[in-house]
Design a binder for this molecule. Structure first.
Ligand code: THG
Length: 264
């Protein structure tokens, strides 16, 4: 599983202020911990910094990459902010995200090509955010088709079925699980990514829901996740679920983690 660390997001407590006041040490510590705990990419999102995102996102991207060597998931719908962050990025980023909304697609595609980047493709279009598995699958297929015909290699595409809070729609969890299953069946070689923690917004004991949900998603074919890598339980559940789903040959990763003392 490709792990994208979610913690550098100004919607989280204290982060908006830390970016505003350029509190480097605080943010560097968040980057270091996630890297230490096994993140492969770090998501950077300054979405709450409305008027400042174009300056803040490249500042944060550079700070993080100067601190840990990891590549970033540049998380913004704002193409100007994405472009500014990409211009300071080292290595191969993931652009988070493109969608089937006409304007967003047209603005983000040239950035994906220019930077030879991976790209998360959100299952939404000019009609809005589909709620059912069938509609999510339709938008995913359309996005994959468009991206590949525009020259983006399949292995650089991360289809995201868009996780919504189960607290406001009882059907939201299974809509994503079923969408993942259909996408995986139709496109065995395309990545599927999800912002797992969205599922628990507004609920108590969020980590319990996030942990359970990721196992369900892995069972259906998820191979990339935006999660909190500092939650050692979720990291262990990912290893267990991948072994149980037959996606860890000889359970090698599970056994290696156990030997390394990472499974308690
Ligand atoms: N898809 C894509 N990108 C995304 C999302 C997605 N980026 C943003 C978001 N969704 C994923 N990132 C987060 C980050 C933090 C939280 C949820 C999703 C979050 N954090 C809580 C907090 O900070 O208060 C609690 C975390 C905790 O319990 O420890 O809710 O879907 N492509």
């Amino acid at each position: 599983m490709l792990i994208i660390g979610e913690r550098l997001n100004t919607s989280r407590k204290g982060l908006h202020e830390a970016v505003e006041t350029r509190n480097e040490e605080f943010l560097q510590e968040i980057a270091r911990k996630q890297a230490e705990n096994g993140a492969n990419y770090l998501d950077v999102n300054c979405g709450t910094r409305l008027q400042h995102e174009v300056e803040d996102l490249p500042w944060l991207a550079k700070l993080v990459q100067d601190t840990v060597g990891l590549p970033l998931s540049i998380d913004t719908p704002n193409a100007d902010a994405a472009e500014a962050a990409l211009s300071v990025h080292k290595g191969r980023p993931i652009i988070n995200s493109i969608s089937a909304e006409s304007e967003r697609y047209e603005r983000m595609l040239p950035l994906v090509k220019k930077h030879n980047a991976g790209v998360i493709a959100l299952c939404m279009d000019d009609e809005g955010m589909p709620e059912t598995a069938e509609k999510k699958f339709k938008v995913a297929s359309k996005l994959r088709q468009r991206l590949t015909s525009d020259g983006v290699p399949e292995e650089d595409i991360y289809l995201d079925p868009l996780v919504q809070p189960v607290g406001s729609n009882q059907a939201a969890g299974m809509a994503v699980v079923n969408a993942i299953r259909e996408i995986r069946r139709a496109f065995p070689n395309t990545h599927i990514s999800a912002g797992v923690s969205n599922v628990s917004h507004g609920m108590p004991a969020r980590k319990l829901l996030n942990r359970t949900f990721i196992a369900m998603c892995i069972c259906a074919g998820l191979d990339t996740a935006i999660v909190d890598p500092n939650d050692s339980d979720i990291m262990q559940i990912i290893l267990a679920a991948e072994s149980l789903a037959g996606r860890d040959e000889f359970c090698a990763n599970y056994l290696a983690a156990f030997r390394a003392g990472k499974i308690a």
